[in-house]
Design a protein around this ligand. Structure first.
Ligand code: PSU
Ligand code: MN
Length: 307
C-alpha cells in the first residue's frame, strides 16, 4: 500500500505493523461539536474507550498542514483548544495542507483518510445529512457523497436529529451507502433513540458486522460505506419533548441570525448544549462513547487472528 504523505502517530504505526485492530476517530466533534473544556476530556475518554474494548484509537486531523492519522495527546489538546481550527471536509484537505492550516476532519474527511490508511472501522456521534429546507438551501452534508465511495464501517447513532432524517435515508439509498441497525430495524435519531424510520437490515453482533465487511471484500463489487445505526437505549435518550422544543428554538434562531453553510451544524449543536443545562451534552457524550466501544469490538472481530 502506498501511504502518500499521511503522517502516522507512533501508536497507530505500531498497531498497523502488528496487524492489531484500529478504529478511526474524527476531530470535528472535538473542535466544533462539543463545548470547551468538556471537549478535551471527552476526546481522551473516546480514545480510552477504544483501548478498553480491544483496539487502538486513531484520531485523525491536520496539524500545521500535516494530515495525521493517530494524533497524540498534545495534538488533540491543540485542536481542542486552539482558535481558528478549520472544519475540514474532503475538498478542504489539500488546501489546508498547502496553507499549513490546523484543521479538524469531519465524517467525510475522516472516512476518506481512514480508508486511504487501510482502516476499516470508524466511530462518530451522528452523521451529517440533508438539512431541513435543503430543497431551497441545497445544504446536504458532504458526508453522504464521501460515504458513497468509501469502503468503511461508520458506527453512529444515525444522522443528527437536527436534519431531515427521511430525506437523508433516501439520499443514502441513492448514493449506494449500506445502512443497517445494530440490534434494531429502526434507524436511530442521534439524541433520541428512534429516528422515525425503519431500515431493511439488522446486524446483531460485532462478528456479523465483520462478516458483512468480509463479504464486501470477497465479492469485489465496489460500493460505499456501511452505516451502522447504534441507538441509545430509550432510558438514556434526551427527553423527546425537550428535544423537539430545543430544536424548534434552534431552527428559529438559525433563520433569525442568518447562519448558513458549514456553520449550521456547530451552531445547532451549541444551541442544544447551551439550552438544555448540559443534558444534551451528556447524551452526546454517551452516544460517542458507546459507538467507540462498539467500533472497537467490530475492529477486533474483523482483525486477522494473532499468529
Ligand atoms: N457528530 C457529532 N458531532 C459533530 C459531528 C458529528 O456528534 O460535531 C460533525 C461531524 O464531523 C460531521 C459534521 O461530519 O458534524 C457534519 O457537518 P456538516 O453538516 O456541515 O456537513
Ligand atoms: Mn452543510
Amino acid at each position: 500500500m502506498t501511504d502518500f504523505s499521511i503522517q502516522y502517530g507512533g501508536h497507530v504505526s505500531r498497531a498497523r505493523g502488528d496487524g492489531r485492530p484500529v478504529v478511526a476517530l474524527e476531530s470535528t466533534i472535538v473542535s466544533h461539536g462539543l463545548p470547551r473544556p468538556d471537549n478535551l476530556r471527552v476526546a481522551r475518554e473516546i480514545e480510552q474507550t477504544v483501548r478498553d474494548n480491544g483496539a487502538v484509537p486513531a484520531t485523525i486531523g491536520m496539524i500545521g498542514g500535516r494530515l495525521t492519522v493517530g494524533l497524540d495527546d498534545a495534538q488533540i489538546e491543540h485542536l481542542a483548544g486552539a482558535d481558528g481550527v478549520a472544519k475540514l471536509s474532503v475538498r478542504d484537505l489539500a488546501l489546508a495542507a498547502a496553507t499549513g492550516a490546523d484543521g479538524a476532519t469531519t465524517v467525510a474527511a475522516t472516512s476518506a483518510v481512514a480508508a486511504a490508511a487501510g482502516i476499516g472501522v470508524f466511530a462518530t456521534g451522528g452523521l451529517g445529512g440533508v438539512h431541513r429546507e435543503a430543497n431551497t438551501t441545497f445544504d446536504e452534508s458532504a458526508d453522504l457523497t464521501a460515504l458513497s465511495h468509501t469502503p468503511i464501517v461508520v458506527v453512529c447513532a444515525g444522522v443528527k436529529s437536527i436534519l431531515d432524517v427521511g430525506a437523508t435515508l433516501e439520499r443514502l439509498e441513492t448514493l449506494g451507502v449500506a445502512v443497517a441497525g445494530y440490534g434494531t430495524h429502526r434507524f436511530p435519531g442521534f439524541f433520541v433513540t428512534d429516528g422515525g424510520f425503519d431500515v431493511d437490515w439488522r446486524l446483531d453482533t460485532p462478528e456479523q458486522v465483520a462478516a458483512a465487511v468480509a463479504a464486501r471484500a470477497d465479492h469485489g463489487v465496489s460500493s460505499g460505506a456501511l452505516v451502522l445505526g447504534h441507538p441509545l437505549p430509550a432510558d438514556e435518550q434526551l427527553d423527546p419533548e425537550l428535544h423537539d422544543r430545543t430544536l424548534a428554538e434552534g431552527l428559529a434562531l438559525l433563520a433569525r441570525e442568518g447562519i448558513t453553510g458549514k456553520a449550521v451544524t456547530p451552531f445547532l449543536l451549541a444551541h442544544f448544549h447551551d439550552s438544555t443545562e448540559g443534558r444534551s451534552l451528556a447524551v452526546n457524550v454517551r452516544i460517542i462513547l458507546r459507538n467507540a466501544a462498539l467500533a472497537a469490538r467490530i475492529a477486533a472481530a474483523a482483525a486477522p487472528a494473532p499468529s
